[in-house]
Design a protein. Structure first.
Length: 318
């Protein structure tokens, strides 16, 4: 594999899943693969899980790791070509990227949607420049439109916990005080649509996701109806996608918070969330602390998804 930004970069999803389960059985079986190879992780945004799980995954493969928080200690980066750089940004991304590429063998990038230009966000302007100018394999640690390492870990987790071959999986919008990107729900939908699950998305009117991610999913505006018979509830907030409200908060209605009463409508569903999660906005204490909550197992699988992807990228290096 050359780069990893979405589910289609895996040539075969079922094989990738099998590889992930192999790695989970013994995560130290490929320690030679990464010897004398260096992973550089670039963060334009905060992270707990992605940072730690990806670093751990790289170490499991015998790699060395370097982490750069662009907003803490690095030069502020200009990202627009053609600007007269007389402002507060001393360095341009067009030099910074190839320079960073000189020091490593693989690059991970986290760069969220900025909600300034929908076009820039949905063209993955930052990650695509890393792909174009770094000369190295690049993978997404959450871009503007997708969070594929998260979705891969989500899929691994569902495969581990499902009790029927074709579970009903429900992605539900839930309220949040800040405007959050669509990357996690987009990506989750993209990966669920690549499986044979019964996949339903529920959200208030106005929160429709980009049609390319919704795909063949069933959209149900009545959250309680959507929860009926569900095997997995996957909660997430996102800001509006549709124009003219791109990036805006249209509702903070706590009737959409996932609580025990709603979980009782399901088929004893497992509760999932990518974390970090705001308790009693997205989900009640009771639900996230219940035996049906698998958020920690889900986070643990981030190490496995990252290691599977890093292994494939290392194998792709000539
Ligand atoms: C981010 C988001 O919603 O995309 C990262 C989630 C993994 N969440 C926050 O910024 C709270
Ligand atoms: N789920 C996830 O990506 O968490 P972080 O933002 O902490 O990395």
């Amino acid at each position: 594999m050359q780069h990893f930004t979405n589910v289609n970069d895996l040539s075969n999803l079922q094989q990738a899943l099998q590889q992930a389960f192999e790695i989970k059985k013994d995560r130290f079986q490929f320690t030679e693969l990464g010897r004398n190879k260096t992973l550089l992780m670039i963060f334009f945004n905060s992270s707990l899980r992605t940072r730690l799980s990806t670093q751990k995954a790289a170490m499991n493969l015998g790699m060395n790791t370097m982490i750069l928080d662009v907003n803490q200690g690095a030069w502020k980066l200009e990202t627009e070509r053609g600007v007269v750089m007389d402002g507060d940004k001393p360095e341009h991304l067009l030099e910074a990227i190839p320079v960073m590429g000189c020091y490593c063998d693989v690059i991970g990038v986290r760069s969220f949607a900025q909600f300034i230009s929908k076009e820039d966000d949905y063209n993955e302007k930052i990650i695509n420049q890393f792909i174009k100018y770094s000369g190295k394999p690049v993978f997404s640690m959450e871009g503007a439109t997708r969070h594929p390492l998260q979705s891969f870990a989500d899929l691994i987790t569902i495969e581990e916990y499902k009790k029927v071959e074709r579970p009903k999986v429900v992605l539900t919008w839930a309220p949040h005080p800040r405007a959050l990107p669509q990357a996690v729900p987009n990506s989750f939908a993209e990966w669920m649509n690549a499986t044979d699950y019964d996949f339903v998305i529920t959200h208030p009117k106005g929160y429709e996701l980009d049609a390319q991610f919704v795909g063949n999913a069933k959209v149900e505006y009545d959250q309680e109806k959507a929860f009926e018979g569900a095997d997995f509830i996957y909660a997430k907030n996102w800001a509006a996608f549709a124009d003219p409200h791109y990036g805006e908060i249209l509702s903070t209605d706590r009737n959409w918070t996932v609580d025990s009463k709603k979980m009782a409508l399901t088929n004893n569903a497992y509760f999932m969330h990518c974390l970090p999660v705001r308790r009693n906005m997205i989900v009640t204490d009771e639900v996230i602390e219940s035996p049906q909550s698998i958020v920690i197992a889900e986070a643990a699988n981030r190490e496995i998804s990252a290691q599977t992807v890093l292994k494939m990228l290392l194998e792709g290096i000539k």
